[in-house]
Design a protein around this ligand. Structure first.
Ligand code: SPV
Ligand code: MG
Length: 309
């Protein structure tokens, strides 16, 4: 079942209109998109969408998070994720490049069925927000203009364009972060992502309160990677409209893959890890191989019955 951009964007907007905070899980390929889409906790809780992270997509193809993968390669990976997902997909567009690059990217994403794009207010060279590099920020008025050009590029479709505030990451404080967020809201964005690498949620909550006091009305999302002791529910109660678990499947897979490789080397065989890894049958079942073969066998037997009668 293919997702259409307008439906996917509408689904997220409907959650926000109903006062529901959304939980997005990172995916970096088709399999991780399937896992995120299908995961259910015992009470039926599920993720509301998928985050296509630049960090994890670049890592999954063996590259650093430096906005260096070729757009065409990234689009192929995003398409794989959209096809494998049953949830709205939001794409991390890094800085978005120049205005033309971002406009073309947004058109391609809208065509693919992506729900939204998040663009960060960084200058070049782009650095990952969680490292200790100095972070150069874009001029906020030029950045706002770039975002409104991106929205115009996809009209009449409803690809969500969300501004990612990096002012806290750059050490410029809540006041500057709010001033910039208001400029982007005035430029017509569909929401704000506030990023922080603080150890607790105080900084992002201070931002949220100050943004609301200053008249900011759109949805506000955060990324609790460094402040990971807080629950999603607590962030929603504080007023956030969404949380992004930005890299957790990749980090889980990375640790598990390293463990499997080491165990096989150390034991000179896979017997030390067999109980901790999936069976091949489990993978066949999950990605639809088993059910496809059953369908084919059924079609074949009906066909033979028809021919024989
Ligand atoms: C990503 O997931 O690629 C992000 C979030 O941009 S962060 O790595 O925290 O910068
Ligand atoms: Mg990124």
């Amino acid at each position: 079942m293919f997702i259409r951009t307008d439906d996917a964007a509408r689904t997220l907007k409907a959650h926000w209109a109903g006062g529901k905070g959304v939980r997005l899980m990172e995916a970096h390929n088709g399999l991780s998109a399937m896992i995120a889409s299908r995961s259910r906790d015992p009470a039926g809780g599920a993720f509301d969408g998928i985050w296509v992270s630049s960090l994890t997509c670049t890592a999954s193809v063996g590259l650093p998070d430096l906005e260096m993968s070729i757009v065409d390669d990234r689009l192929k990976l995003i398409q794989q994720i959209v096809q494998a997902s049953t949830k709205p997909v939001i794409v991390d567009a890094d800085t978005g490049g120049d205005v033309s690059s971002l406009r073309f990217l947004c058109r391609a994403l809208a065509w693919m069925g992506v729900a939204g794009v998040i663009v960060e207010e960084k200058g070049l060279p782009k650095r990952n927000s969680l490292d200790d590099s100095e972070q150069a920020l874009a001029d906020p008025h030029e950045f706002g203009e770039k975002l409104s050009a991106a929205k115009a590029a996809v009209e009449p479709h409803d690809l969500l364009v969300i501004a990612r505030i990096e002012s806290l990451i750059a050490g410029l404080g809540v006041r500057t972060a709010v001033e910039r967020a208001l400029i982007y809201e005035a430029a017509g964005v569909d929401g704000i992502l506030i990023h922080s690498k603080a150890k607790d949620a105080k900084e992002v909550t201070d931002f949220l309160n100050a943004f609301r006091e200053a008249g900011g009305t759109g949805p506000v999302i955060c990324i609790p990677t460094t402040y990971h002791t807080v629950t999603g529910t607590a962030l929603f109660e504080a007023g956030f409209d969404g949380v992004i678990y930005a890299n957790h499947q990749l980090r889980a897979a990375y640790a598990a893959m390293q463990k499997a490789c080491l165990s096989i080397l150390e034991n000179d065989g896979s017997f030390g890890i067999e109980n901790e890894i999936s069976t091949t049958r489990g993978v066949f079942d999950f990605v639809g191989y088993t059910s496809e073969l059953q369908t084919l066998a059924l079609r074949e037997s009906r066909f033979r019955e028809r021919i024989a009668s």
